[in-house]
Design a binder for this molecule. Sequence first.
Ligand code: SF4
Length: 130
Amino acid sequence: MPVFLECQRCTACCRWPGQVKVSDDEMARIACFLNLTEEEFVHQFMRLRSDRKGLVLADKPNGECVFLDGKNCRVQPVKPQQCRDFPNLWNLPGVEKVCQAIPREISATEFRERIETATGMLPNEPITPS
Ligand code: SF4
């Protein structure tokens, strides 16, 4: 049976060092959600990528995501796809040591539904019917 990783909102992934990519469409959506122009959004919430070839979400001085607010994401309804996809569509060796998501064995039908709800996408891998 497929295994769905159920997020426990421990926020570890929002505090890992790394870079959150934001597409132009996502930038427009998040700016709109925050009642900002895209220019204001970029100025306040984006930074240069480490290879200086684009922009990513800014970090707070302590390294956590600029949108992490306690245990909540300030832009949860419009958060970037990279965040929506984690942890179920990521293949990150050793991730279970920090991510507290609970693995649940569920039917293939429920798995498809839950992946679609969490990520807005259907699973890429064919799911073996349960
Ligand atoms: S690290 Fe895992 S359990 Fe914690 S918030 Fe991120 S996805 Fe959820």
